[in-house]
Design a protein around this ligand. Sequence first.
Ligand code: ADP
Length: 368
Amino acid sequence: KKKIAVMTSGGDSPGMNAVVRAVVRMAHHMDCDAYCVYEGYEGLVQGGNLIRKMPWDAVRGWLSEGGTLIGTARCLAFYERPGRLKAAKNMIINGIDALIICGGDGSLTGADKFRDEWPGLLKELVDAKELDAKDIEPYKHLNIVGLVGSIDNDMSGTDATIGCYSALARICEMVDYIEATASSHSRAFVIEVMGRHCGWLALMAGVATGADFVFIPEKPWGDNWQQEMCDLVEKHRNLGKRKTIVIIAEGAIDRNSNKITPVMVHDLLADKQGLALDTRITTLGHVQRGGTAVAYDRMLATLQGVEAVKAVLEATPETPTCFIAINENKITRVPLMEAVKETKEVATAIKAQDFNKAMGLRDTEFTD
Ligand code: ADP
């Protein structure tokens, strides 16, 4: 029987439990044994009871649970070869021959490296007499498939990451709450949302709530953004709007790569010589990450989890490591490292102030 393990790694996102459930159930359906690795790569490195066999009913009810019940962690040891050696040994000890990882681009890059090094790691373990040559015989190749769990929707090659629509729904709900009180007092609110390199949450929340102004890292406003923002807010006020909502991504910058902070925006709106609005700042923080997954993320996680099991069972040593994506409403397999490269290029373009390139690369994600 094949033994398939599933793991969540990096930042948690709503829908990760639905992924674990789908993988465990699909593994059983395909007559394989299912395992969970607890605490991300830390569980793989430490082994022991952090690697557990999962019967069918172990994941019952997990669709409606937030966070990740098998835990996630940042694992420094896995960045280094000795850590990956331990991880390889624990895989063999447990007889695991395929690994499905749900995480961000960091976790998936680590996974690809692990797969590349796999034959060398096994040889080293045998040379060091940690394992017998016959122990490694059935595990010559390691099949790894990724799933992208991230609230930021920050991966190229897929239209949506698992968790992004839950975070967006949470943000919209919070903005609705704030709007009610803002309107009552005729106040302005500057709302900071997550997204260090990716403005998808801020941009889509702006569209979905009818915000007055949005700041994202990929497309900074011109040098005169202060005036532009105040003029627009004033125009909306003159049209009778009793509230002002400005949404700002964590990673928002100006054209010269200086950070635009909520305090800066607050001070502009509140300026006694200018608009003189009664202005407050709300940082949404981790409410965006927590809570249960919306229906879309549960569906995406389930369809992609099923596809991931099919993909690890079909992969050959020649198949490049892939992750499961959704493109134009179809579940697809996408070569992992090309998408990671493109994802990194966006961050690099933003740093280099090549904003046209950054937006061009993002276009693939914003396709509708
Ligand atoms: P995310 O997966 O959300 O991008 P991180 O970048 O923090 O989050 O990665 C999560 C974990 O994946 C790290 O703590 C580390 O154990 C592993 N990892 C990330 N990048 C690499 C890498 N280049 N090589 C090996 N392991 C990595």
